[in-house]
Structure formats: structure tokens, C-alpha cells
Write a protein that binds this ligand. Structure first.
Ligand SMILES: Cc1cc2nc3c(=O)[nH]c(=O)nc-3n(C[C@H](O)[C@H](O)[C@H](O)COP(=O)(O)OP(=O)(O)OC[C@H]3O[C@@H](n4cnc5c(N)ncnc54)[C@H](O)[C@@H]3O)c2cc1C
Length: 388
């Protein structure tokens, strides 16, 4: 139960999974407590992630990536998150940006950007959210106005993962603010940092330490028209939502990673810590918790792999990804709290990992579409797929 099964991965995928497992144990785990508490960016690990090919995990091999399926990718993310959830964010946002180009980009854009994304030479993420527009993305105000063969961009984005350390972003803008419906006036640009692209400040957070979340702003920032993803205005919203399907599978896998880490730390501790003359794992109250935590994890994993399978087969999978994201993130929150109870005071101590799981888990309920919105997507899909 400690790890996601490898048995159905191809032998190449299995080798990659094993290499990542070794790297996590050797080069990541020993440094997590220090880096997380210092909120320090893991520059050395990012270089190692480049060497492992992780920045190209889901980019097709013909463009220099590993070309992994969403299923194998989910297994990697689960392992990474079980060790340090923050590292998952460094590749997730980057691969959503890449997925926008893979799915919607022109052939010229694929050739120009994907090989550089795959090596990590260009790294970045997704810039959708604004100070006054998160869930209601159609309310964004960042404006791109055509000026010859460039767009001139003005506006501000917030909570942008990799905003400080990254160099390139899939940037959602309004190209026609008067369009009706609103989404027809939205477009997505590939925005490399340059003059007029400003990082305003680093945002301080409860958890998800080490990785940068930033406010960015655009002041007459010029982007070549050739960087309009798909080459056609008005497709930005669909491009973002398509990318978020992979993003939600990633969040689900991160939820599994955290829920699993909280469980396995608890299983170990329950056999070591004694009260009233026996290990606490011999008390039924603790057994009930472990039983619920393990069942939650298994259900979250099955939902996550089902969503990844649907994504890999090219099926529409917003409902499956939504279910997995919703359930696995809630499992991470519940398992981290139960792990804290099982560990007693030691769960509250900064010398153990439990308090970090507890701080990291709630983000999964917010990012890539809140869990309120996931349930609304699921309900709408249920009705659409089952008309009365
Ligand atoms: C650490 C971190 C990293 C992030 N990284 C990125 C990133 O890289 N790129 C990016 O673009 N964004 C990023 N975000 C932003 C994130 O995607 C948004 O926070 C999220 O989409 C929610 O938007 P909001 O915070 O504005 O909440 P709001 O949209 O203001 O929602 C507030 C509350 O109202 C609920 N709500 C809203 N509308 C409805 C409705 N119609 N029905 C029912 N309930 C509703 C929401 O579920 C929520 O509970 C990040 C956020 C965090 C915290």
C-alpha cells in the first residue's frame, strides 16, 4: 500500500519511476524540512529535475519530451508529492503551459517552444488569476491590443506559481473586452519575460513553501502576434480549460501523495509509540483512523487513475478529473489532520513532517478550480450525460 503500483507501467516508464524514487530518497528527502522551513527555492533540485527530464514529462517525444502518459505522470507526481508537495507545483504549472501548446498550438509554435520547455531551458506556468478574477475567469481585465505584428499587454495577474523563478507563461488576456459571450473575447499568449513584464512581489503563504507564488504586472509589454496560441483570437478560455484537465489530474495525484504520506507515517508511528503498556496501534480508536485513512487513499487513487486513463484515451474527462481532484484533495486534508491526532504533540512539532502535510493539503482544495466548482462541474456533466 505504501506506493502506487508499477505493475501496469511499461518497462521504460518503470525505469523512469524507479529513477525518480531513488532521486527523491537520495537528493530530496534529507533536505525537505530545512528548505520548507526556510521557504527556500530548491534550485539544485530544479537542475536535477531537468536532468531527469521532468520538465518534458508529458511533452511528446518528437518535440524532445519524455512523452509519458497522464497515468505514468500521475504516478510520478504522487511520489514527488509524498516526499515534498512543493516540487509538484514546479512541474505542474509548467506542464499545463506546455499542454496548452501541445493541444492547441500551431505546428510552428510547437517546434519553437516545446523543445525548450522540455529541457527546462524555458520554465514557467499559467497566468490566469487576477486580483478580481479567480473562479470567474471571464471577468479578467488584462488587455492585449494589436499593434502591427505585436500585442501590447497591460494589466495584472496574481498567485502565479513560478512567477519569480520562471521565464515564460501561458497568459490569458482579453483581446475583445466587449465580446458577447465574454469568453469569445479571450485569448492565450505565450509570454516570455521581457521589458514591461514586471514581477511585483512574492506572496507569503501558509504552506507550499520553497516555491514562488507571485504577483505580476504588465506595462505596455509587447508579445509577438506569432505567440497567440493556436493563431486565432477568442480561444483562450477553451485553451485554459483544456490545460486544466491535466492540471486537475496532477492535483489529484498530489492529494494522493500527501494522503499516502500522512497514512504511512501514521502506520509507522502507531507501531512505535506506546501508551498504557502497548503500541497505540493496538488501541481500536487508532485502528479506526488508520482504516479510514487507508480506504480514503485507495479510493482517491482509483479515481485519479481512472481520470488519467480517460485523459490518455482522448475522452472528454472534465467530470472524471473533477471527481479525482475533489476527492483526493479532501482525502489529503482529512488524512493530514488524522495523522496529526495520531502523532499527538509530535504531529504539531516542526521536527516532523506531519505539520507540513497539514499546511500543504488545503491548497489542493483551492488550486486548479476550487472544490466547490468541481462539484458543480460534476453535477452539470451528470445531467448532460444523462438527459431526462
Ligand atoms: C498557492 C497558490 C498557487 C496558485 N497558482 C496559480 C497559478 O499558477 N496560476 C493562476 O492563474 N492561478 C493560481 N492560483 C489561483 C487559484 O487558481 C485561485 O485562487 C482559484 O481559482 C480561486 O480563485 P479565488 O481565490 O479568486 O477565489 P474566488 O473565485 O473569489 O472564490 C471565493 C469562494 O467562492 C466560491 N465560488 C466562487 N464562484 C462560485 C460559484 N459560481 N458557485 C459556488 N461557489 C463559488 C469559491 O469556490 C471559493 O470558495 C493559485 C492560488 C494559490 C493559493
Amino acid at each position: 500500500m505504501s506506493n502506487a503500483s508499477h505493475s501496469d507501467a511499461s518497462s521504460d516508464d518503470q525505469m523512469i519511476l524507479e529513477a525518480i524514487e531513488k532521486w527523491l530518497e537520495r537528493d530530496v528527502r534529507p533536505h525537505v524540512l530545512r528548505l520548507d522551513h526556510a521557504d527556500e527555492y530548491p534550485s539544485e533540485m530544479v537542475e536535477q529535475m531537468k536532468e531527469l527530464g521532468l520538465f518534458g514529462a508529458t511533452i511528446p517525444a518528437e518535440y524532445g519530451g519524455l512523452g509519458l502518459s497522464a497515468t505514468t505522470y500521475a504516478k510520478i507526481v504522487e511520489k514527488v508529492a509524498a516526499t515534498w508537495m512543493s516540487l509538484g507545483g514546479i512541474i505542474n504549472s509548467h506542464l499545463i503551459m506546455s499542454a496548452c501548446v501541445v493541444r492547441v498550438g500551431t505546428e510552428e509554435q510547437k517546434q519553437r517552444f516545446l523543445p525548450r520547455f522540455a529541457t527546462g531551458e524555458l520554465r514557467g506556468g499559467l497566468a490566469l488569476t487576477e486580483p478580481d478574477a479567480g473562479t470567474d475567469l471571464q471577468a479578467i481585465r488584462t488587455r492585449a491590443v494589436r499593434d502591427g505584428d505585436h500585442y501590447v499587454v497591460n494589466g495584472a495577474k496574481t498567485w502565479i506559481t513560478n512567477g519569480i523563478e520562471g521565464s515564460c507563461f501561458a497568459l490569458l488576456v482579453k483581446t475583445d473586452p466587449d465580446a458577447d459571450p465574454r469568453h469569445k473575447g479571450m485569448s492565450m499568449l505565450i509570454a516570455e519575460k521581457g521589458e514591461g513584464f514586471n514581477v511585483s512581489r512574492k506572496l507569503e503563504k501558509l504552506g507550499y513553501k520553497g516555491i514562488d507564488s507571485a504577483e505580476i504586472s504588465f506595462d505596455n509589454y509587447r508579445v509577438p502576434v506569432a505567440n497567440l496560441i493556436g493563431g486565432e483570437e477568442g480561444r483562450g478560455m477553451q485553451t485554459a480549460l483544456g490545460g486544466l484537465e491535466l492540471g486537475r489530474i496532477n492535483i489529484a495525484a498530489r492529494g494522493c501523495g500527501l494522503a499516502g504520506a500522512a497514512l504511512m507515517d501514521s502506520v509507522k508511528y502507531a507501531q512505535e509509540r506506546k501508551t498504557f503498556g502497548k503500541p497505540i496501534g493496538q488501541h481500536q480508536a487508532i485502528q479506526l483512523k488508520l482504516g479510514e485513512m487507508a480506504t480514503r487513499l485507495q479510493a482517491a487513487r482509483l479515481l485519479t487513475y481512472d481520470a488519467a486513463r480517460a485523459y490518455d484515451s482522448g475522452e472528454r474527462c472534465d467530470m472524471e478529473a473533477g471527481m479525482a481532484k475533489y476527492f483526493a484533495s479532501e482525502a489529503a486534508v482529512e488524512n493530514s489532520l488524522e495523522a496529526m491526532r495520531i502523532h499527538g504533540a509530535y504531529g504539531y512539532s516542526k521536527e516532523y513532517h506531519i505539520e507540513r502535510y497539514y499546511r500543504d493539503a488545503p491548497l489542493m482544495c483551492i488550486g486548479e478550480g476550487t472544490n466547490e466548482i468541481q462539484r458543480i462541474i460534476i453535477a452539470k456533466q451528470m445531467m448532460e450525460r444523462n438527459p431526462a
